[in-house]
Design a protein. Sequence first.
Length: 580
Amino acid sequence: MKLTLARTAGFCMGVRRAVDMVLDASNRTDGPVYTYGPLIHNSQVLDILKNKDITILQHFPEKGTGTVLIRAHGVPPNEKKQLILSGFSVIDATCPRVIKVQTIIHKYAQSGYATLILGDADHAEVKGLMGYTQDNGHVVQNINELKDLPEYPKAIMVAQTTQNLDLFFKASEYIESKLAHYLIFNTICDSTSKRQAEVKDIAKESDAVVVVGGKNSGNTQRLTQVVRQQGIPAYHIETEDDLPVEEFRSYQRVGITAGASTPNWIINRVCQRLEALSSKQRGFVPKIGQAIQQTLLLTNLFVGFGAGCLAFACMCMQGIQPIFQQVMMAFLYVLSMHTLNNYISRKAERYNFPYRAAFYEKFRIPLLIMAFSAGLSGLFLAYFQGKVAFVVLLTMSVLGMAYKVKIFPPGISFLYNIQKIQDIPGSKTILIAIAWGVVTSILPCIAANGYITVSAIFVFMWSMGLVFTRSAFFDLLDMQGNRIVGQETLPGLLGEKTTMQLLRFLSIILFLCGPTFFFFGLTHVVSVFVSISAIIFFYFLKIYEKKRMLSGARLHFFVESQFVICGIMAWIPWWLIRNL
């Protein structure tokens, strides 16, 4: 089964903005936090907000306390005013695209224009827009309702921002031909337009299309309509459990899209369920191969193996004869720390990587035994490499385990409520990169030379940069889940677009570092070959941006493979130089 994921699937800008604003308010405000009406049309997101004590305010109290967030759909102006008069601290999370429509309606309503709104009368956005029409607004849902309206001396037509584009064009054609004095404003969000256009193209190349989103989500319902208009079966589901598995066994090409209120983790779960179904349709050997791949990833054995390969590459880059104990130290340390970190972070993993969260719940005892055994074994090897190596590895191990432990006393003003290392924004990405850099380049140098060389410093920076791109990319994938549990990662600070630009830039720099370091005599010629792995990662980013690769085990395997590639690209020239 070939799966095609729409590039436009998932949160639109307005929904992402509203969710971020309410999560920020919850994490930074001591008092109660409310949303005025359901924040978005997605029951799973609303359940999560409820678990974070963010409740829905349905009616105006005479006197209110706390913070109220106006949802992305917007509200009538008199209701916003009433919230403020009630005593609430009001945060307006109305989508900027909706605000634009409100502004147009308000401007022309003041000049006596009637307002025609092409949309669903019961939709929250339309109800909010009607509040700006000065009692001279009319909602039409189709061409017939438009024809039934009396002719107004002057009027404007706008559309609900998630309206069907084809319907809007038909309504516009009717007005231009019959009511030419009316003003027409295309207020359909460009995100909606692109989403509908893309799913139309996907439907033409698919046997069926899965549309993921809330049952009450208007834009998701319209995506389903667009697919069915192409004569293709469309399955509107809320979660992966709604998939009719038996029906999908006969499909060879399946498209996947999602509404503007659907978070990434739900899309990922649907993709993973379909990938699992696809793997069951394969032969025995591919099934075994996928099972081995998933086991290596879920147990972090592949991550640890990648760290060992990177340590081997870093030693070759420094011109150091590779030391097996150093390779094993890197493998054991990374295996231990990543397993413990994944176990502690399993709450966020329920959103980011549900299969891994379930795996850790089921096998937590064997995994914890493996993690502590690997950590102790790594320290045992470090002890025989010298006191410095032992102390450094012990310190990093303690800091790694203390990452989510409260170590800073509360009430220290300059820390801004930071009590754990985890609370420091972006700390996870940077600290992982530093730890990998030390264990793969600095410790081997000390073991071989007794001190840190200039070459080791440059190789450390290169290794740290490579691991940084890996960690930041995974943080990018996990951004929504991390925000829900209150963890500020680098992509959360910089934004998705800026983070992706940074990763592309770093990949190019890391690729250029290899030949540059060698040219100036800072590293061994092996560095020229090893740096190729960075440009491979750059190419991978381009593929991911085009959404040609679905999230899940396959994507994680490709990302972690860059370290194995480093080891291979180091071993080939190292062996040739030594043996030819």
